[in-house]
Ligand binder design. Structure first.
Ligand SMILES: C[S@@+](CC[C@H](N)C(=O)[O-])C[C@H]1O[C@@H](n2cnc3c(N)ncnc32)[C@H](O)[C@@H]1O
Length: 245
């Protein structure tokens, strides 16, 4: 890279670093965080988080929403002592990928469409993500023992199920609909500096006693979900391959 460009890149990178640090500070001293960390501590009930898995942060170098969402990830990582943090968004730019690596996040190298098998103690973070992503995650982990040991921070499942027409749920969110009776959720506080960053999101967990109300047939996993192209927000692995070519 020519010297002039290197200098420009470095000063931009410093600017973004500072801007993310400011967001981290704002969150760490907020009532919003006090509320969230209390809820998460209650859910964990003495167990630890082993890993953060984050899909769909978006372009945090351009978007204020994404920047604060990244800052929340960093605050959770620090305050709950989570060393391992995996992130993926097909829209991350090269500069964002470099930045994420610098701040201790590992990039998932391919679009797994949300179908990663969860390890015990995984905290899944999917801020304002398309329904299909959560649906795929649930499909890939459609097992009581796996879900009992996971916490998912994403758009409220209850709100999704009550506000989306059945036709759409059936098509794009069959497993979201199926998990709804067994998921418990703690809404995030509505009082954050900006209203459109953590709105409509909840911490979801799957208590053993609730899951055990269901019979084994309920947990038989159906066929892998397939979607048509109508919903533009969800990016498939085939679309990613065609961007690259
Ligand atoms: C509605 S945007 C939310 C962006 C940001 N979190 C926010 O709240 O402004 C949905 C995000 O999901 C991402 N996304 C779509 N398909 C994805 C996939 N297969 N894996 C991970 N992220 C995906 C998009 O690139 C986009 O950044």
């Amino acid at each position: 890279m020519p010297k002039k460009n290197r200098k420009l890149y470095s000063s931009r990178s410093q600017y973004h670093k500072k801007s993310i640090e400011d967001c981290v500070t704002t969150i760490a001293i907020s009532d919003f965080w006090t509320n969230l960390s209390t809820s998460l501590t209650e859910i964990l009930d003495g167990s630890n988080l082993s890993l953060i898995l984050c899909y769909g942060l978006g372009n945090f170098m351009d978007s204020l929403q994404s920047r604060y969402q990244l800052a929340l990830l960093l605050v959770i990582k620090k305050e709950f002592n989570v060393d391992n943090c995996l992130v993926y968004d097909p829209k991350f730019t090269d500069a964002e990928q470099v930045h994420l690596a610098e701040i201790g996040c590992d990039l998932i190298s391919e679009n797994e469409e949300g179908k990663r098998r969860l390890l015990p103690g995984t905290f899944v973070y999917m801020p304002h993500c398309p329904k299909q992503l959560l649906n795929n995650l649930l499909w890939a982990n459609w097992n009581k023992d796996v879900l009992i040991n996971s916490v998912v921070l994403c758009n409220s499942i209850d709100l999704t199920v009550t506000s989306t027409p059945d036709r759409i749920l059936d098509k794009y969110a069959h497993y979201v609909l199926k998990i709804a009776p067994f998921a418990k959720e703690k809404q995030l506080s509505k009082h954050f500096v900006y209203e459109d960053i953590f709105n409509d999101m909840s911490l979801h967990y799957f208590p053993k006693d609730k899951l055990e109300e269901s019979n084994n047939i309920y947990w038989e996993r159906g066929r892998e979900p397939v979607y048509d192209d109508e919903e533009l927000e969800f990016i498939t692995k085939f679309e990613c391959l065609s961007f690259q070519n």
